[in-house]
Ligand binder design. Structure first.
Ligand code: CMC
Length: 377
């Protein structure tokens, strides 16, 4: 007799462990890293400071921050051999190239045989810097250009944008990118962090966990949405077309990208910070229609708010990247660039009280089949 089981498809609403890193109240739309509200961090912190906070559990003092910043800067250059790897996969989607390259980086890491907490944190900090360099190096290599050497003067956000084309962006642009990285730095047990924890749960190393996290992030239900939102804005083309475009999607039971969230049933608290960025930037760039298109989509989706479907972090992000001259297929990799500190601390937490993550599947197939020799089939 088959046992009666309670299924939790998609592990929806299931707590699988405890964490001291990120608090989310999806009903109220609250997000805190280590007890600090995301609104305060977005307004007052920096990616470097937020990364320190996530990894070490406290805000750094001046000395600690400057030491941490120097460490991040010192890890920006990639081992020479890694450029060969990037070259081999240069025609892949940037997320696929990033996944392969991060995996290959494990061979060159001086802590590769050390899974202690200290070594894992060192590797995570190295990866935080290296991932930014990989994304832009791959982008230049696939366009037949030389990769641009990272700067040791700019902050993480400024250096990332600088490696796109060798131009130092203005301070407002750097600050907006920095805010985007702060907003993306961690988000509890989302699909990619959970994937990273599953890998760490077997006591595999952080390079394996981050490689798997990148694979999980690449899908359109997770990190891929920003890319699709930009495509949607381009397809809409004009604010007047937005309402009909959205109606058509909904009638066909298709998803409006950048809306909805497994956890947030109120507006994603990260989205508002980027909304203001799009508004300012699109006016500054003389392309206000992008902001207007997005706002019209939000208006057209307003009846869905009653069902808990609101804008999420990806909705406004894509247009910001686009207005900064970043190609569409780099939008998901940008999410990954911001997320490495989050994956790092989640792997560390998993290691601290490790347990193999191994749920059950309810078997619904045939049973007790008699084996048929191949000659009789
Ligand atoms: N547009 C239209 N309807 C939606 C949307 C949407 N974006 N999202 C959810 N719904 C509807 C869905 O059709 C379903 O309706 P019904 O009950 O009538 O079948 C209901 O809401 C519940 O949807 P669900 O798929 O069961 O909810 P979920 O928690 O599994 O989905 C989600 C979460 C993010 C996969 C989904 O909202 C979605 O596909 N959104 C679009 C993609 C997107 O923006 N992803 C980025 C997520 S935020 C960044 C990140 O964490 O990666």
């Amino acid at each position: 007799m088959d046992k009666e089981v309670t299924l939790h498809r998609g592990l929806q609403g299931v707590y699988f462990d405890r964490s001291e890193t990120t608090f989310i109240d999806g009903k109220e739309g609250i997000l805190e890293y280590r007890g600090y509200n995301i609104n305060d961090l977005a307004e007052h912190s920096s990616f470097e400071e937020t990364s320190y906070l996530l990894i070490y559990g406290k805000l750094p003092n001046k000395e600690e921050l400057s030491e941490f910043d120097a460490m991040l800067k010192s890890y920006r250059k990639l081992p020479e051999e890694i450029f060969d790897v990037i070259n081999v996969v240069k025609d892949s989607h940037p997320m696929d190239a990033l996944r392969t390259t991060v995996s290959a980086l494990s061979s060159f890491d001086e802590d590769r045989n050390d899974n202690s907490e200290e070594a894992t944190i060192r590797k995570g900090i190295r990866l935080t810097s290296q991932v930014a360099t990989i994304v832009m190096a791959h982008h230049n290599i696939r366009n037949g250009k030389e990769p641009i050497d990272p700067s040791d003067k700019l902050n993480h956000a400024g250096n990332f944008l600088y490696m796109l084309n060798g131009k130092i962006p203005d301070q407002d642009t750097i600050d907006l990118m920095d805010k985007d990285f702060v907003l993306h730095a961690d988000h509890g047990s989302n699909a990619s962090a959970f994937t990273a924890r599953v890998v760490a749960g077997t006591s595999a190393d952080i390079h394996g966990a981050v490689t798997a996290g990148i694979a999980a992030l690449s899908g359109p239900s997770h990190g891929g949405a920003a890319e699709n939102v930009m495509q949607m804005a381009k397809d809409i083309g004009n604010p007047e077309n937005a309402e009909n475009y959205v109606k058509n999607l909904l009638v066909n039971r298709e998803r409006v990208m950048g809306f909805g969230h497994r956890v947030y049933k109120a507006e994603d608290p990260r989205a508002g910070h980027l909304r203001e960025g799009v508004r300012k930037l699109s006016h500054q760039m003389g392309e206000p229609e992008w902001y207007q298109i997005l706002e019209k989509v939000v208006e057209a989706m307003s009846p869905y708010a009653r069902r808990g479907i609101h804008v999420n972090v990806d909705f406004f992000a894509g247009v910001i990247y686009y207005l900064n001259g970043i190609p569409q297929d780099l939008f998901v990799p940008i999410f990954a660039v911001g997320r490495i500190p989050g994956w790092t601390i989640q792997v560390v937490e998993q290691f601290r009280h490790n347990i193999l993550i191994r749920p059950l599947l309810q078997y619904t197939g045939k049973r007790k089949q008699g084996y048929i020799p191949i000659s009789d089939r």
